[in-house]
Design a protein around this ligand. Sequence first.
Ligand code: DGY
Length: 319
Amino acid sequence: MSRVLVGAPLVGDALERVRAVAELVTTDDPIGWSRAELLARVVDVDALIAMPSQRVDAELLDRAPGLRVVANHAVGVDNVDLQACAARSVVVTNTPGVLTEATADLAFGLLLDACRRISEGDRVVRAGGWRGWGPTVFLGARVTGATLGIIGFGRIGRAVARRARGFEMRVIYASPRPPTPSAPDDAEGAERVTLDELLARADVVSVHAPLRPETRGLLSRERIAAMRRGAVLVNTARGALVDEDALAEALVDGRLAAAGLDVYLDEPRVSPALLAAPNLVLAPHLGSADAPTRAAMASLACGAVVAVLGGGQPPNRVV
Ligand code: DGY
C-alpha cells in the first residue's frame, strides 16, 4: 500500500479519501512536522502533502526515492524546488483559486486596520493608556476615495480591487503580464500603470505578486523610498518580496504612515526592526485561514494525491 506523509493536520474530512487508498503518516502538531522530522519520515513515502512552511528541496527529495507527488497545501510554491522535482519526475501541485476571497478579505482587513490604526489603538486601550477623545488623537489615513495601487493583478489582486470599489477607491495596478481578453487592461475598473507610476501615485500599496527569483526584493529600499510620503503598505503575498529593514526604517521615521503585514522573510521569526515599529499591524500568515477555505485547500491537495497515486493527472499540476 502507498504511504502518504501529511505535513500538518488538515481541515475537514478530505484526508479520508487518501486514507481509502494509502497509509497515512500524520502529526497532531498544528504547525506540522519540523524539518528534521520531515527528513526522517519522508524516506519511504509515495506522496507528501507539504505546508508552505516546509521546504521541499534537493536534500529532502534525495531522501525520498519513492516520492511521486508533492501536493503543496498553498497556492504559492516558492517553498518547493520545482526544478529539483522535475528532474526527479516528482509531480508538484498547488491549491489555486480556492483561497482568493479569503486572502483578499485579509488584505482589506489589514488595509483598514493600518490606515485607521485599529490595532495600535487596541494596544493603547488595553495598556490603560487611552486618555480620551481629542480632534488630533489617533488620526489615521482616509480609506474612502483613496488611490489603491495593486502590485500583481492575478486572482487575489483582482479580488482586492473588487473590494476597493465598495470604498470608492481609485484602483491602479502594475503587472508584468500583458492584458488579455479574459484579463483586460481595465479589469475591475482598474487602470494599468508602470510600477514606478504606481509607487508615485498610490496612497495605499497592496502586494499580490508571486515570489519568484525575479520578484524577490521587488519592493526594494529604492522602491519603498519612491512611495508617496504618508502612504500605507500591505503585504499578504510573501515576505521576501519586501525589504523589511527599509520598510521598518520608513515606518519609524514617518515616511510611510503605516503598514500591514501577513507574511515575513523568515517565518515565524519577525525581525526586531519590524517589531519596534508602532504603526505596523502584524498578522501571523493567516491570509487563507477561514474554515471553508482551508477545507477547500485540503480537498485540492488530497485530490491531487489520490489522482497521482491512481495513475491519473491532477488538474492543479504545477510541474
Ligand atoms: C498560499 O496559499 O500561498 C498562502 O500563503 C497560504 O496561506
